[in-house]
Design a protein around this ligand. Structure first.
Ligand code: DC
Length: 230
């Protein structure tokens, strides 16, 4: 069994914030796998533009040779450069879906994720953590929420960045991303059979974090390895 907390779920459900805060509360590592796909997409765009017909060999070459680091204090480094903000750009988000469709790129990033997670107790978040990356994770959580609530969360994120918001466009975009995530033949979004489903539609984030931390703390795999905080 891998001493890993696998958190999967659809776009705008709040995975990153929950995963980051759970990891901080437990004093363990947070690994945002979406940031890795985004970093590959960014590097590809810088070299080739965002042509969706880019050949797979180029994508694979970049995925294999890019140095992607996820520092403990947060963010993501691409070949040593801090690209934490650059990877959140809307164009990069769109292009990341193309990169994530490549099974060969996924194989390379999944290997990287397994190495990181095997090093020490970690919280990994993404779409395929419980189904592909760590099938033997000690704890698997699938976060979900109604599309309406996810739209509101996304609207809140955009507003906090001072970006213009059109609710209808946000809604359509979310439905398209959901569809693409679920239909991806390799690593598509799917709840693992042995995952715990947490529908966060009516829950505050603090409550969700408390819930996951309680599940982690009572698991024997983590009891032996968590830092005891007084
Ligand atoms: O979680 P996110 O929005 O940062 O993910 C960015 C993209 O990467 C999105 O298109 C889904 C994809 N992704 C994936 O296919 N598998 C993962 N484990 C994580 C993200």
């Amino acid at each position: 069994m891998d001493c890993v907390v696998a958190i999967d779920g659809p776009v705008a459900v709040g995975k990153s914030s929950v995963a980051r805060r759970v990891a901080a509360a437990l004093g363990i590592r947070h690994i945002n796998t979406g940031a890795m796909y985004r970093a590959v997409a960014l590097k590809l765009m810088r070299l080739r533009g965002d042509d969706p017909n880019v050949d797979e060999a180029t994508m694979v070459d970049i995925a294999r040779n890019a140095r992607i680091d996820l520092p403990r204090e947060g963010g993501v480094l691409l070949d040593g450069e801090d690209v934490s903000d650059a990877i959140r750009d809307e164009q990069v988000s769109n292009f990341t879906a193309v990169v994530a469709d490549s099974a060969k790129v996924r194989d390379i990033l999944v290997e990287h994720q397994r190495r990181l997670g095997a090093d020490e107790p970690s919280v990994l978040e993404g779409r395929d953590i419980g189904t592909v990356v760590f099938k033997n994770a000690a704890l698997k959580i699938f976060l979900d929420a109604s599309p309406q609530v996810r739209v509101e969360r996304r609207v809140g994120q955009l507003r906090s960045k001072g970006l213009p918001v059109n609710r209808e466009e946000v809604f359509q975009d979310l439905l398209e991303r959901d569809q693409r995530d679920r239909l991806r033949p390799t690593g598509g979004l799917k709840m693992a059979d042995d995952a715990t489903l947490i529908d966060t539609t009516h829950y505050e984030e603090d409550f969700v974090i408390e819930l996951i931390c309680a599940l982690v703390r009572e698991h024997p795999c983590f009891q032996e390895r968590l830092v005891v905080r007084t």
